[in-house]
Design a protein around this ligand. Structure first.
Ligand SMILES: NC(=O)c1ccc[n+]([C@@H]2O[C@H](COP(=O)([O-])OP(=O)(O)OC[C@H]3O[C@@H](n4cnc5c(N)ncnc54)[C@H](OP(=O)(O)O)[C@@H]3O)[C@@H](O)[C@H]2O)c1
Length: 153
């Protein structure tokens, strides 16, 4: 219902050129966070951002990020994975606290929100409020928590 991947680039020193196939970033020691990592878009974004930044990968289940964290760390990058529910405020707060500890209060260069509340395709008259609620909770409110939480003052 509500779907997409949102990339917020915070650090002014970063030049970010985005196209479906190409992302170039000139950068600093700041970290990047990707909320909602799975085998699809999340993995591609993580591999690309890990070429320039230490990265933090968030998903609810460790199976969603463990292999990727290992792959990035084994290939010279730096990655941590944190089990996080992007639709839960306390979980998001706790994740950013862990990131601050692990990356020693480095600034956040870019925050990518890739979690989604799932895809529901139904005729309008058969659509229930519950069908929409998860989309709003994860895709919309989760984005505001996970991305805007890191927004510089
Ligand atoms: N791939 C496509 O064909 C396609 C098409 C149209 C739109 N999109 C949109 O593109 C984005 C990425 O889709 P994708 O399929 O490529 O994703 P993906 O990177 O393969 O996986 C997304 C990950 O988000 C995690 N996630 C879901 N709910 C979460 C929550 N509440 N908190 C934290 N993490 C959560 C899931 O892991 P856990 O279950 O472990 O949390 C999942 O593995 C989504 O917004 C999707 O709607 C994709």
């Amino acid at each position: 219902m509500v779907a997409g991947t949102i990339i917020c680039v915070y650090h002014q020193a970063i030049l970010c050129h985005l196209s479906p196939t190409f992302i170039t970033i000139m950068s600093t020691k700041a970290f990047a966070v990707i909320a909602g990592v799975g085998s699809g878009t999340g993995t591609s974004l993580a591999r690309r951002f890990a070429k320039e930044y230490p990265i933090a990968l968030l998903a609810r289940n460790p199976e969603s990020y463990e292999g990727l964290v290992q792959e990035i760390n084994n290939s010279g990058g730096k990655a941590i994975g944190i089990s996080t529910d992007a639709s839960d405020e306390e979980s998001v707060k706790s994740a950013f606290k862990t990131i601050a500890q692990k990356y020693e209060d480095a600034p956040c260069a870019a925050a990518i929100y890739n979690a989604s509340g799932g895809f529901v395709r139904k005729p309008f008259l058969e659509t229930q409020i519950e069908d929409l609620e998860k989309g709003w909770a994860v895709t919309v409110y989760g984005h505001i928590r996970a991305i805007c939480y890191q927004r510089p003052d």
